[in-house]
Design a protein around this ligand. Structure first.
Ligand code: HEC
Ligand code: HEC
Length: 333
């Protein structure tokens, strides 16, 4: 009993001993009470509320104006960005073509006919494999332009060419007015095979086409009845009209902006067969002082397959284009 009374007596004593401790406990309680959310009120006397409302109104009014402005700026940017991406996309057409699975095989018959036409109309400037000739036509194999176009678009391009390109133009139809739409379609098929070898079927060896009856008759007449000479002339006529025609035109009348006319040509007349053979084998670079057009006359007219005999046949044919001059070869000095 005495002990309990003792304890009761001590408690108030302890409080008395640390009065500030009690006070702190009380103060904490009061502050916690003031912080409860349902008791907070925005200050009504500071003007914050008015400023806030004004700000909201401003936003509401500005939103459509900013929106339309942004829309225009974005549209402008989008257009430029699209154009930029389109350029990049177009510049990777060849890469994509090679990376993608191959399209269908080009039919053999299309490719063979295309090859014949390509040889006579395009090889001179674009080379036998279509990889281009320095100073003349571009590489058609690693061409994003070719890879990025449909067959129809490519055919339409060939009809137009790029007659204003400098220093060498891509003439409409490669300078061959006689090519029909069907011919161009075959050329496009062959170019597809050149560009993507996975699509090129195995082709039979090239057979040199024989001169036509028309060419034979003309040759015999030009040779004055000499059957042997007529044979050379007819063969030369045929070869000229496959290799040289692209730049020198049909029957050597010349092509504007490219090869000179070889009809009644004083340069041809000034050289004997050996001299002409040497010239044709070597060609004439644009930097040659004798070059007057600034365009290259490629060695062998760009057809490395021509033998000396082939070129001598062509020379026999060229002699027939010299007007009144005798067709027979001039005496060798
Ligand atoms: C007299 C020379 C010549 C002949 C012949 C020629 N081309 Fe061209 N070709 C060019 C030149 C030069 C260019 C490049 C023009 C340029 O600078 O844009 C070109 C460009 C092209 C291009 C565009 C290539 C690209 O990447 O931009 C294609 C396709 C083409 N030629 C196909 C042909 C075909 C097919 C033939 C045959 C029917 C042919 N060319 C005959 C000279 C020629
Ligand atoms: C890719 C176009 C091209 C082809 C293909 C081509 N030539 Fe030429 N040839 C020229 C050009 C361009 C000149 C004129 C160069 C100059 O300015 O002197 C020329 C000049 C000549 C000349 C000299 C004419 C002169 O008056 O100076 C002869 C001859 C000639 N070519 C023969 C041929 C023969 C033959 C073939 C076919 C085996 C052939 N060329 C194929 C472009 C070509």
């Amino acid at each position: 009993m005495a002990v309990q009374a003792d304890v009761e007596r001590t408690r108030p004593d302890r409080t008395l001993l640390s009065p500030d401790c009690t006070a702190r406990e009380n103060g904490t309680a009061t502050r916690a009470k003031a912080r409860t959310p349902d008791e907070w009120r925005p200050p009504t006397d500071s003007g914050f509320r008015e400023v806030g409302i004004a700000f909201l109104w401003a936003c509401l009014i500005m939103a459509p104006i900013l929106g339309i402005g942004t829309w225009f700026v974005y549209g402008d940017w989008r257009e430029k960005e699209d154009a930029r991406l389109a350029v990049i996309w177009a510049a990777q057409a060849y890469e994509r073509l090679i990376a993608a699975p191959a399209e269908g095989m080009v039919p053999v018959s299309d490719a063979v006919r295309g090859r014949d036409l390509f040889t006579s109309a395009c090889i001179a400037c674009h080379g036998p494999q279509g990889t281009g000739v320095v100073g003349l036509g571009k590489n058609l194999v690693e061409s994003d332009f070719v890879a990025g176009r449909t067959d129809d678009e490519l055919r339409q391009f060939l009809v137009m060419g790029r007659p204003n390109a400098r220093p060498v133009a891509m003439p409409p139809k490669g300078g061959r007015d006689d090519l029909t739409d069907d011919d161009l379609r075959h050329i496009v098929a062959f170019v597809r095979g050149l560009q993507d070898p996975r699509r090129m079927p195995e082709l039979p060896a090239v057979v040199a086409a024989a001169p036509s009856e028309e060419q034979k008759t003309a040759a015999l007449q030009a040779a004055g009845g000499d059957a042997e000479l007529a044979e050379y002339i007819a063969s030369g006529d045929k070869l000229f009209h496959s290799t040289c025609i692209a730049c020198h035109g049909k029957a050597g009348v010349g092509v504007q902006g490219n090869g000179k006319a070889l009809v009644k040509n004083s340069f041809v007349q000034s050289l004997d067969d050996d001299g002409l053979l040497a010239f044709i084998k070597q060609g004439r670079t644009p930097t040659d002082p004798k070059n007057t057009t600034g365009i290259q006359m490629p060695p062998k007219g760009g057809n490395p397959a021509l033998s000396d005999d082939d070129i001598l046949d062509i020379i026999s044919y060229l002699r027939t284009l010299q007007g009144d001059k005798p067709v027979t070869t001039p005496a060798i000095k």
